[in-house]
Write a protein that binds this ligand. Structure first.
Ligand SMILES: Nc1nc2c(c(=O)[nH]1)N[C@H]1C(S)=C(S)[C@@H](COP(=O)(O)O)O[C@H]1N2
Ligand SMILES: [Mo]
Length: 309
């Protein structure tokens, strides 16, 4: 029944959420959906085209994706973002665009992203801590936004910053991270069509614990590169400072490409745990560039990825 409910969305074909329910729950959920459709005609799903860049692996459940998070602004526990991010004000939201761009400014989010074509991108997502998920993002290519704001010659990197608002982000009261959270990409990485700015998942606006209202997703890199709740995008000439690299450069490189051949100093990166895999699921082998090598390996031709980790 989810198929008839959301006919335009590709993930509905594999009914990932229903797949985790037992038969009786599916029948109950179907009845609830039918009743809900009558009672609430305007359940606004984001209209987004499916993408040739999506994996056909089944996405994890909404419960897994929104219940097991890293978002240190709200605490270091995997459940802290779900527990505490609800207090974050995400509307209004403005994003500062500065540096080597033709159209710098402080933009209302809706104005900044107007006209960018939304797609559903079902991506594998691999954290440096060696767990992974499959997530059905809604978003648009960062390249489209960079072309709109006009990248000037001399720009070689894109730097991003997360919101700094300790009153709503309790984790920012602890000083072990030099807030705000910062990340960055080389310009060619930023322009790669796999790199998206995501504004939603599972067809709905982005949940706060996942980085509402707008966050980066770079699926061939460790998850910490995919910075949440972005308020600043800067085009710069020099490699920018990035949060985890500043904290411990020997453990977290600037590139942070998923790479089973380069272990973290404190653990192996050869395999990973699928968070939604269930109690009896074993670990799966980690694939270089998280399986996106066909699209991105050429970006690193001539680089020694053991050094540029
Ligand atoms: N601002 C901010 N962005 C962040 C983080 C964070 O703590 N703060 N954690 C990163 C890490 S380590 C991971 S694995 C992903 C987790 O994204 P998810 O919770 O949507 O799965 O967000 C990344 N982006
Ligand atoms: Mo992570």
């Amino acid at each position: 029944m989810p198929k008839a409910f959301k006919p335009d969305l590709r993930w509905s074909d594999v009914t990932p959420r229903a797949a985790f329910l037992n038969r009786r729950q599916i029948i109950a959920a179907g009845a609830a959906l039918a009743a809900g459709a009558l009672a609430r005609p305007a359940l606004a799903k984001i209209e987004a085209a499916p993408s040739k860049f999506s994996t056909d692996e089944a996405p994890d459940t909404l419960e897994t994706i929104t219940g097991y998070n890293n978002y240190y602004e709200f605490g270091t526990g995997k459940g802290d973002p779900a527990a505490y991010a609800g207090s974050l004000t995400t509307d209004p939201w403005s994003v500062k665009v500065d540096g080597l761009v033709d159209r710098p400014g402080s933009y209302d989010l809706a104005d900044l992203i107007k006209g960018q074509p939304l797609e559903e991108r079902i991506y594998r997502f691999r954290c440096v801590e060696a767990w992974s998920m499959v997530i059905p993002w809604i978003g648009f290519e960062l390249a489209g936004l960079l072309n709109t704001i006009g990248v000037q010659p001399g720009a070689k990197y894109v730097a991003f910053e997360t919101l700094l608002r300790p009153a709503e982000m309790p984790g920012q009261s602890s000083g072990w991270i030099d807030w705000p959270y910062r990340e960055g990409l080389r310009l060619d990485e930023a322009m790669n069509p796999l790199t998206i700015l995501a504004t939603g998942l599972y067809g709905d606006p982005m949940p706060k614990q996942n980085g509402a209202p707008i966050r980066l997703v770079v699926p061939w890199k460790y998850g910490f590169k995919s910075i949440k709740s972005i308020v600043r995008i800067s085009l710069v000439a020099e490699m920018p400072q990035t949060t985890w690299n500043m904290l411990q450069p020997s453990e977290y490189g600037f590139y942070a490409n998923v790479n089973p051949e380069v272990d973290h100093p404190r653990w192996s990166q050869a395999s990973e745990r699928r968070v939604g895999g269930g109690l009896f699921a074993g670990r799966v082998d980690t694939v270089k560039f998280n399986g996106y090598g066909d699209q991105v390996a050429s970006l690193y031709a001539g680089q020694d990825l053991a050094k540029d980790y």
